[in-house]
Design a protein around this ligand. Structure first.
Ligand SMILES: [Ca+2]
Length: 254
């Protein structure tokens, strides 16, 4: 049923951006594919941040961020993608090298009870000193406080700090606090993950920061046409399965 709901939502969403409804009893892939050139012109537009279905579209995986800014806070989202250590644009960087303490607030796709937080520090590491979380009701709790496991003089010039946290609440939002002013040089974070009680490591889907080296605003969300098409084709198969099941049940009833 969950898959079905997901499928229905995708259809409604695509309908809202110009795809005609598929109302045939024997809807084929060809029928769905034909309007794509028209649809692509519509779906490449940025989806407003206050779009009522944006969170669901992110969850469904049918939208993606536009091109990330170098050293923007969005560079701390997703899986680690910065090789080596140094001042590299695929990591978030604070605006000033040592001007103030900094923080990164990270939102995850799911609401979970975290047991570990992983912070990938790729330039001037060693500034992490606290992790806090915000619950759905707005309560903030300190999950961890202490000395960064990665030291500023680490030989590799980078490290992944793994801190164990004790959370009494479920959350999809944490904030890492960095004593950036105490560690010489601009702090850069490549990625942050949280591990849940089932040992699954979740990456972040969005991030904001106390400051950032990048100028301008974060890129908006756009449709991932390939992922959306896959979702529609999956929907088509699901609908066909359900139709067949209904026919079977109707046959038994008669
Ligand atoms: Ca990154």
């Amino acid at each position: 049923m969950q898959r079905f709901r997901k499928a229905i939502l995708v259809v409604i969403t695509w309908h809202s951006v110009g795809l005609p409804p598929c109302n045939s009893n024997h809807c084929t892939a060809e029928v769905i594919l034909r309007p794509l050139p028209v649809a692509e012109a519509s779906v490449n537009a940025t989806i407003p941040a206050d779009h009522p279905r944006l969170a669901k579209l992110i969850e469904l995986g049918v939208v993606k961020r536009g091109p990330a800014r170098s050293w923007g806070s969005e560079q701390a989202t997703g899986a680690p993608d910065t090789e080596g250590a140094g001042d590299i644009s695929t990591a978030w960087a604070s605006q000033t090298p040592d001007g103030q303490p900094e923080w990164l607030e990270l939102t995850f796709e799911k609401t979970i009870k975290p047991v570990e937080v992983h912070v990938v520090e790729t330039y001037n590491p060693g500034a992490l000193f606290q992790v806090t979380a915000t619950s759905a009701s707005g309560m903030e709790a300190v999950l961890w406080k202490g000395e960064d496991p990665t030291r500023p003089d680490v030989a590799e010039g980078r490290g992944t700090s793994i801190v164990k946290v004790r959370a009494a609440l479920k959350t999809n939002c944490i904030r890492i606090h960095l004593a950036s002013d105490k560690v010489p040089g601009r702090t850069e974070i490549d990625a942050v993950g949280i591990k849940d009680e089932d040992a699954t490591l979740h990456g972040t889907v969005s991030a904001t920061a106390s400051s950032e080296y990048a100028g301008g605003s974060q890129p908006g969300w756009v449709f991932d046409n390939s992922a959306a098409l896959d979702a529609i084709l999956e929907l088509q198969q699901e609908v066909e399965r359900l139709k067949n099941r209904v026919r079977e049940l109707e046959g038994k009833r008669d």
